[in-house]
Each structure stands twice: as structure tokens, then as C-alpha cells.
Design a protein around this ligand. Structure first.
Ligand code: ATP
Length: 447
């Protein structure tokens, strides 16, 4: 993980937040390439959910909702972590993760293992951030920052079902920020106080829920594979019955082998009719489906829920590679080309040659409106290639002496390092074709 953290900082993907003030634990800021990578992940998710299908529509609900939403959903009463405090070292731990925690004393052991450890009983601590709406601290109404995007979808079921011209099975997809006062956060962007979620609620006739649940587990697993996650590092883990949330009749985690071990990447849950029924009884608005013959039912819900930031971490970990080429170390991010922040770099071989830079800039201007592309004429060509390798740019286009003679350029492939000559006039078409090709990671499965 240290190598990923350092690459992310060095190349401007992710910075610790508020660093000039000493940092704020478990908050991160995303730099240029981090923003581009995150945007590509969200776009690929939205495309798979909405654009490539005709049974899912998009939604963007508010972060701050009516406080009764969280009463009805069970979050006010039950969205808690069990915590224990150590009266001696004053540290706080998650009672269900003590094996992974470190005691505040030296030598560092697990909480409770040093003679002086003095742990309290577990107490439940609500994860929702509370704030107030209204000008006055005393009179403002207490509200919450949403801890998940899903509830904004349930409370809009009637609005969307009325105008979406779709009958169950159909889904509503949403991407947006969520906030959780995680008390034992850590592990870089795996678990943070604020994060983005990509959640889709799929509403189905009750008798079809099991079948659709299995469908979405498979579908979501395939999405991670499609964008390059290696098979050896991805698995589906169905929850045991004692792990299931109160609302769920079945849940599977899609787990990734992070540097911290196998951990949840995405959750797929069969939520039954829990949410629509809870909001119907709390609000008095019937959230149900009415058939043309007047018969009615409350749809059941299948929910795939994935964190954008956690997904980005999985893609980065899976892509990170080191190798020695011609006696020199090379660090390379073998990202799926469709996820890569920059698709191609345009590089004049000799940065001081005006003929070459002129041709290169012209090509760069031509490509810019269609794909994310960078121009770089500073320093030795080898260093420029390496910089692009580190940010995962799949193609480098080099303008050299021969370009000036015959209008051809070289296209260098990040993964194989193969170089091919193509005509400059066809560069754009050639790149677009290559970017559309299926891709699988050339990285060693066991690495
Ligand atoms: P965990 O067990 O890791 O806390 P969870 O089961 O509480 O996760 P869900 O409520 O199912 O998580 O949220 C769906 C997805 O949102 C998770 O699979 C994860 O990808 C992401 N996610 C949840 N909490 C966080 C967080 N604090 N930071 C980053 N991503 C998160």
C-alpha cells in the first residue's frame, strides 16, 4: 500500500487533506489525475447501468434530506458501530475489529493484550454526521449528511415510477457523496469520512427477487473484470445468516484482494420490501406499484452498491507494476485504457526542434477535443515515457526526424512497449480504434 500512496502523491492523484494544517485523518483530496480517473470510473459505471440498458434511469437526490427519512430507514436507531475505549491509553477501537487494531502502547500489541490495557464494554456509536438547517445554532433543525445515497432513491420511487414509463423490473441509479463518521478509519482511501457511492436500486415483482439478486451479483462481478481487475484478485462472498443486515434476506460482497487482505469492494443486497414499506408507513405516501388492472404490490429491491474511491483503490492496486527494462527500473500503472486519466501523450523527440514541436502541437490540438491527451516536450524522451507510464497513459505518439520526411509517427504501447509506425493523418482514427478494443491485464496473476 505504501508504494501506491507514494505514487498517488508524487503524481498528483491523491493528497492527504488539509496537509498544511497537519492533515485531517481519513480525508483525502484528489488532484488532476485522481479526478480524471474517478470520473472515468463513474462514467463507466453509469454507462453500464444506464446507457447500455433500457431498464434503468438516473437520479441525483439531495445530500441533506428530511430528518424523518433516517428515522424511517432505521439509520437513527441502528446505523452504529460497536466501540470500546481503553481507559489507559485513551484510544478507541471498533469492537468487531479488535484483531486488526493496534494498542496505543509500546510494545504495540492488540488492544487488551498489554497488562495495563483497560477496555470498556462495547458501546454503540452512530455513524451519521449531524448538522443544522437554519440561521441559529439553538433553533436550527437537526439534520444529517446522508450516510448512503440509497434512501434518496427510495423516497423518489413514486416520482420516478410515474414518469419513467417503465414497470418493474426497473432500476434507479445514482452517484454521489456520502458521509460516515467512521471512528477507526485508515488504509488510505479504502475507508474515509466522506466518499462517493454508485448505487442502483432495482425494483422487481416479489416473486422475481431471488433471480434478480443472482443476476446482479454476476453482472457486477463481470463489470470489475471487464475493466481489468484480475480474476485471481476478485471473489464473491455470500454473507452468513448472522452477518445479514436487518433489512436483507441475502447479501454478497464482491471482495478484492487489497494489500490489507480480502475486503469488501462492492455489496449486492436483496433488501426485500423493507425500505418502500418503511417509508410508506412513516410518510403516509404509498410507495407501491399499481398494475393496469388495479392490482397493487410493493416491489422488492436488489441493490448493488460500490464506493467510487474504493473502486479507484482496487484499480490502482491491480494496475501497479514494477519491472526492469534495459537495466532500468520502470513503474507502470497498467490501467484499462478506458479508465486511464490520459489516453495518449504527444511527444516531440527533440524538444528544441521547432519543426518537431510544431508538428506535435498540431497533432495535440487535433486530438484534444476527442480524447484526454497530453503534450510534453521537456527533458529526455526516456523520462517523458516513464512519467506517462507512471500515470498509466496507454499510448505515446512520438514525432521524430522521420515524421518530417514521410509524415509518420511512432505509437508506443505502455504494456508491451511495442512501437509501430503509423501515418500522422490516421493517428486519431487509429487511437480511437485501439481504445475501443477489449483489454485484459498483462500483469502476473500471482503478483
Ligand atoms: P464496510 O463493511 O467496509 O464498512 P459497508 O458494508 O458498511 O462497508 P455499504 O453500506 O454496503 O458498506 O456501502 C456500499 C459501498 O460503499 C461499500 O462496498 C464500499 O465500496 C463503499 N463504502 C462504504 N463505506 C465507505 C467508507 N467509509 N469509505 C469509502 N467507501 C465506503
Amino acid at each position: 500500500m505504501d508504494k501506491i500512496v507514494s505514487l498517488c502523491k508524487r503524481r498528483g492523484f491523491v493528497f492527504p487533506s488539509s496537509e498544511i494544517y497537519g492533515g485531517l485523518g481519513s480525508s483525502y483530496d484528489y488532484g488532476h489525475y485522481g479526478v480524471l480517473l474517478k470520473d472515468n470510473i463513474k462514467q463507466r459505471w453509469m454507462s453500464a447501468m444506464v446507457q447500455e440498458r433500457d431498464d434503468i434511469v438516473a437520479l441525483d437526490s439531495s445530500i441533506i434530506l428530511h430528518p424523518q427519512v433516517w428515522q424511517a430507514s432505521g439509520h437513527v436507531g441502528g446505523f452504529t458501530d460497536p466501540l470500546v475505549d481503553c481507559r489507559f491509553c485513551k484510544k478507541r477501537f471498533r469492537a468487531d475489529h479488535l484483531e486488526d487494531a493496534q494498542c496505543g502502547q509500546r510494545p504495540s500489541k492488540r488492544p487488551g493484550e498489554n497488562d495495563t490495557c483497560d477496555l470498556t464494554e462495547a458501546r454503540h456509536f452512530n455513524l451519521m454526521f449531524e448538522t443544522r438547517v437554519g440561521p441559529m445554532e439553538e433553533t436550527g433543525v437537526p439534520v444529517y449528511l446522508r450516510p448512503e445515497t440509497a434512501q434518496g432513491i427510495f423516497i423518489n420511487f413514486k416520482n420516478v415510477a410515474g414518469i419513467a414509463r417503465r414497470k418493474p423490473p426497473f432500476g434507479i441509479a445514482q452517484v454521489g457523496k456520502s458521509f460516515r463518521n467512521e471512528i477507526t478509519p485508515g488504509n488510505f482511501i479504502f475507508r474515509t469520512l466522506e466518499f462517493e457511492q454508485m448505487e442502483m436500486e432495482f425494483f422487481v415483482p416479489p416473486g422475481e427477487a431471488d433471480e434478480w439478486y443472482r443476476y446482479w451479483v454476476d453482472e457486477r462481478y463481470a463489470w470489475h473484470r471487464r475493466y481489468g481487475i484480475r480474476e485471481s484478485h476478485l471473489r464473491i462472498r455470500p454473507h452468513d445468516s448472522d452477518e445479514l443486515s436487518h433489512y436483507s434476506s441475502a447479501t454478497s460482497d464482491i471482495e478484492y484482494l487489497f494489500p490489507i487482505g480480502w475486503s469488501e469492494l462492492e455489496g449486492v443486497a436483496n433488501r426485500g420490501d423493507f425500505d418502500l414499506t418503511a417509508h410508506t408507513s412513516a410518510s403516509g405516501t404509498k410507495l407501491e406499484w399499481v398494475e393496469q388492472d388495479g392490482s397493487r404490490y410493493t416491489p422488492h429491491v436488489i441493490e448493488p452498491a460500490l464506493g467510487v474511491n474504493r473502486s479507484m483503490l482496487a484499480f490502482l492496486v491491480d494496475a501497479y507494476d514494477e519491472e526492469v527494462v534495459a537495466d532500468r527500473d520502470r513503474t507502470v500503472l497498467r490501467l484499462h485504457p478506458q479508465l486511464a486519466p490520459v489516453k495518449a501523450a504527444v511527444l516531440p523527440l527533440i524538444g528544441k526542434s521547432e519543426d518537431m514541436t510544431g508538428r506535435a502541437r498540431k497533432l495535440y490540438e487535433e486530438l484534444r477535443p476527442v480524447i484526454s491527451v497530453e503534450y510534453d516536450d521537456g527533458g529526455q524522451i526516456g523520462r517523458r515515457y516513464r512519467r506517462q507510464d507512471e500515470i498509466g497513459t496507454p499510448y505515446a505518439l512520438t514525432i521524430d526526424e522521420q515524421t518530417l520526411e514521410d509524415d509518420t509517427i511512432t505509437i508506443r504501447e505502455r504494456d508491451s512497449l511495442a512501437q509501430e509506425r503509423i501515418s500522422i493523418a490516421r493517428a486519431r482514427e487509429h487511437l480511437l480504434d485501439r481504445l475501443a478494443e477489449p483489454w485484459s491485464s498483462p500483469k502476473d496473476d500471482a503478483a
